[in-house]
Every structure is written in C-alpha cells, then in structure tokens.
Design a protein around this ligand. Structure first.
Ligand code: NAD
Length: 296
C-alpha cells in the first residue's frame, strides 16, 4: 500500500484502534499503523493497513498521525519517539482519553517544531467504533480541527469542543458521570432484586423514567444481565478517566465530592478484580456480598 504525506498514521491498535483503522481503510485512506503488540499489527494488516514495527516508521510515512493509546504517559513516550521523524506542518491527533493539561503541554512542545496537534477523544465504545458512529469531541485551533475533519468523519460525528485539551476534559467528565451512573445503577438493581423485583421490569421502568442512563439503556441489558461483561472497555481505563475528571475539578477549585467517593469505590473494585476486567464487572462486584470471591 502506498505511503506518503497524504497517508494517515495510526498508533494504538487495541479494542478501539482496530475498528477505527478498518473504517479509515473503508473510507479510502492509506493507513500506516503500529502497536507494540505483534498480534495487533497483524490484525491491522488484515484490516487493510500497512503495518510497521515502530511509531517512528509511522511518523516517517504519514503527515497526519492518530494516537489511540491507553494514557497520557504512553502518548508522551510515543510522541517523543516520533518527533524527529515528523515533518513540520504534520498533524498529531490524540484520540486517546488523555489528561487535558498534559495534552496542552505536549501541544506546546510540538508547536516549537511547527508540528500541529489536536485532541479528539471519543465516546460510543467498541460498538460505536465498529459502526463508524463515535462521538468525537475535538479540541484545537479551528483551522487544525477543520483540516482533520475529513479523516475524523470516517470514524464518527465531530463535535468541536474548544481549544486544545477541551476534548480530553469533556471526555473525562463524561466518564465520571458514566461510571457513577453504573455504580448507583448496580446498587439499585441489587436492592430491587433482593426485594423480589424482576430486573427486566426494573429496567423497563427506569428507561421510561428519570432514572435512565447509558447504564440502564445499554450496559445492564447488554453486558451485565447477559453476564457477558464484554463491552471492550477496561475497568482500569475507566478508573483512569474518573481520576482525570476529579483532578480537573480540584484544579479548577470545585472538588467533586461524589466523584471522589466514586473513585474510591472503583479503585477498591480494581484492586479486587482481574487487571484485564471489563468495566461492566463493577456491577457484579457491587452485587456480590462476598466481594473478594468474584472470578473474572
Ligand atoms: P486497549 O488496551 O484495547 O488498546 C491500547 C493499545 O495500545 C494496545 O493494543 C497496546 O498494545 C497499545 N500500546 C500500549 N502502549 C503502546 C506503545 N508504547 N506504543 C504502541 N502501542 C502501544 O485500549 P482501548 O480500549 O482501545 O482504548 C484506547 C484509548 O481509548 C484509551 O485511552 C481509552 O481510555 C479510550 N477509550 C476506550 C473506549 C472503549 O470502549 N474501549 C471508549 C472510548 C475511549
């Protein structure tokens, strides 16, 4: 497959990265992709991308590079490895759920080399990534956001969020809400079941009433009640996002009291459960009296 400045680079080929690459290829982009995992690189090749061993090779082959990595620390180390190979004028798009203040620092560092950066984290989960229907919240200068629009449109709907870091801030705040909803939904469902209520009836009522949320509409029916626990979003990644949001709230002088309590609870679950546990396992954790006894 041809590569060159018009190619799209992609680093981070996990649960989200692979379906996003698949949609970029389907939209006609030449994608040059990399991941530390050889299996992930093979999956990208199967999806029609040119798989290369290192992020540096991605940087040398593409004028636009998308990152879909676990966290800000890894984003920084990957960008450091690429920076000498990125041409001036290149665009780095961090679609990971990263820390907004670290994103701003990284963008400032890249700007000294005339490399542009925007943040474009997503919601919609693996299902949204597969369907090409992610919500993409984008932070950056209007000109840089506009230049990324055709690429982002292959993966979902773009919502301009504000200056650099704005997308990452909204993403973290959204996940603080989502995680808090999931925990309280698990508590309510468990109490209702112990009272003798039918879970399906509870969800039907919640979903046509004011208790509804993504947890009642999607996570409980699809991943918890089915006992599949396979949403494709790791519990530890959710906890990372919750911490980003509560730290942001503290930094701006409005500490989130309920949010910090939710972080404590989720951290306790993360300590008990398998490191690779799906985030929907917290519902099982909440429901189980002998919490230490859950096998994941
Ligand atoms: P994942 O763990 O499935 O994938 C991450 C990938 O990054 C892995 O393939 C891993 O090998 C690779 N990687 C790690 N370090 C690397 C390095 N130094 N160089 C190259 N590759 C490296 O994670 P995911 O679920 O795909 O999530 C990716 C990002 O998207 C995270 O920031 C997450 O919070 C966010 N996110 C996930 C979901 C979801 O539903 N899974 C939804 C929205 C946002």
């Amino acid at each position: 497959m041809a590569s060159g400045p018009a190619s799209i680079g992609f680093v981070g080929l996990g649960n989200m990265g692979i379906p996003m690459v698949t949609n970029l290829v389907a939209a006609g982009f030449d994608v040059v992709a990399s991941d530390v995992s050889p299996e992930a690189r093979s999956r990208a090749a199967e999806a029609g991308a040119s798989a290369v061993d290192t992020a540096r090779e991605v940087a040398a082959a593409a004028g636009t590079v998308i990152l879909m990595l676990p966290n800000s620390q890894i984003v920084k180390s990957v960008v450091d490895s690429m920076v000498g190979s990125l041409a001036p004028g290149s665009l780095v798009i961090d679609m990971s759920s990263s820390e907004p203040l670290r994103t701003r620092e990284l963008a400032e560092q890249l700007a000294t080399r005339r490399i542009r950066m925007i943040d474009a984290p997503v919601s919609g989960g693996v299902g949204g990534a597969v369907a090409g229907k992610l919500t993409i919240m984008v932070g950056g200068s209007p000109a840089d956001v506009a230049s990324a629009a055709p690429v982002l449109a292959a993966m979902g709907r773009v919502v301009p969020a504000g200056p650099i870091g704005a997308g990452h801030a909204i993403k973290a705040l959204n996940n603080l809400l989502s995680a808090t909803h999931l925990w309280i939904t698990a508590e309510a469902m468990t109490a209702g079941e112990r009272f003798g209520l039918d879970p399906a009836v509870m969800l039907e009522v919640f979903n046509s009433s004011s208790g509804r949320s993504g947890s009642t509409e999607n996570k409980f029916p699809n991943f918890v009640l089915t006992e599949r626990y396979d949403s494709g979003f790791g519990l530890r990644l959710m906890l990372k996002d919750m911490r980003i949001a509560t730290e942001l709230a503290s930094q701006v002088g409005v500490p989130s009291i309920l949010g910090e309590e939710a972080v404590t609870l989720w951290a306790e679950a993360a300590d008990e459960l398998d490191p690779a546990a799906d985030h929907t396992r917290v519902a099982q954790y909440v429901a189980t009296a002998e919490r230490g006894a859950i096998a994941t």
